[in-house]
Design a protein around this ligand. Sequence first.
Ligand SMILES: N[C@@H](CCC(=O)N[C@@H](CS)C(=O)NCC(=O)O)C(=O)O
Length: 213
Amino acid sequence: MAPERVRGILHGASLSPFVRKVRGALALKGVEYELVHVMPGAMEPAFLAKSPLSKIPVWEEPDGFTLPDSSVICDYLEQVVPDPPLYPADPRERAQALFWEEYADTRLVDTATPIFFQRVVRGRIFGQPVDESLVRRHAEDLLPPVLDQLEALFAPADVAAAPAVGLAGPPRPATSQLIRPGACDVPGSGGCGLPGGGAIRENPPARPDRPAP
Ligand SMILES: N[C@@H](CCC(=O)N[C@@H](CS)C(=O)NCC(=O)O)C(=O)O
């Protein structure tokens, strides 16, 4: 049974795309919460007791209710704070949105985050050596087909005619730019932006002719 007014603690670190996904959902729905910092690799037993898969994020409410997994947390938030909605109401559209959420959580995260982890987390935050061959493999071989697939499915057909849509902003940088020195130095990017990439300002419409997932 959901509490009348939802509020809670989000355990995790903002560096995690899964934590940021939940933070976006909480912000959209106007849910009050405190972020309690938990880093992968430094999880206390009290946190591990709340996270059976030993992963961040975990959501916790004042009555002791806890919930792991960003997708599960988003689904719960959707139920207890329906407005504004995260997902479409139409069953087919909702199912497709859930699929693309899963795609982002797996294929996109698996191909993109090693670049961020090496360049930003290891290189910048911890001052450790960067595995350049791994960065190159992801930036040149593994990530481009994923971005091409997403662009083919979701970028507006006529980019010039849709300037207000984020994905129609400046063309995405050649992936090789992601690995050039200083690629993480974009002003205002918080140190991890993509050079020249347009910010996503609203949900881009899917192409009407896109194939079902
Ligand atoms: N399916 C999970 C994935 C969460 C996840 O992989 N979190 C990473 C941080 S980005 C983590 O906690 N990794 C710790 C580990 O695997 O040991 C979700 O959506 O919350």
